[in-house]
Design a protein around this ligand. Structure first.
Ligand code: AMP
Length: 139
């Protein structure tokens, strides 16, 4: 628990949250400023800033809850699809420094785009550069 973390305060019950699911290690609640009806955040109960900071157990707990909730949200708000995304780090747009997965219900003709719009300009990468990146990640 981090004393000045708004999501830790929701976990502790110190500030209200519209909680939709809870397990031993993860919590899900409605986003207070939703991008769509049913926009839900899934968080680890432990205060972890980035995805890489989660233990394997915490990571499983978060993604298991995402897996469980997507069909429930879809049926609750009669969505057609979801965008599931994480702003993992400040430069990716993370504002709340407690790791969280956004589940954003999507509706036919809602005017939104695919997750590809999240990144900046596409880089022009040669085959050699792609090979190097793949091998560096694989290490
Ligand atoms: P991010 O930019 O990925 O860090 O997103 C943070 C999200 O947390 C935003 O979508 C906010 O609307 C949401 N948020 C911030 N404070 C609260 C809160 N007290 N309860 C629920 N959602 C919140």
């Amino acid at each position: 628990m981090s004393d000045d973390c708004i999501f830790c305060m929701i976990i502790a019950g110190d500030i209200p949250g519209r909680i939709v699911a809870e397990t031993d290690d993860a919590l899900a609640f409605l986003d207070a400023n939703p991008m769509a009806r049913g926009h839900t955040l899934v968080i680890p109960k432990a205060h972890r800033q980035r995805i890489a900071d989660l233990s394997q157990e915490e990571s499983r707990a978060v993604f298991d809850l995402v897996h469980e909730l997507t069909p429930r949200i879809e049926s609750a708000v009669e969505a057609d699809a979801h965008t599931v995304g994480i702003n993992d780090g400040e430069d990716a747009g993370q504002e709340v420094p407690h790791a969280h997965v956004h589940i954003i219900p999507r509706f036919e003709g809602d005017g939104g785009g695919p997750i590809h719009v999240a990144a900046g300009e596409r880089p022009d990468l040669s085959d050699d550069e792609l090979d190097t990146i793949a091998s560096n990640i694989g290490e």
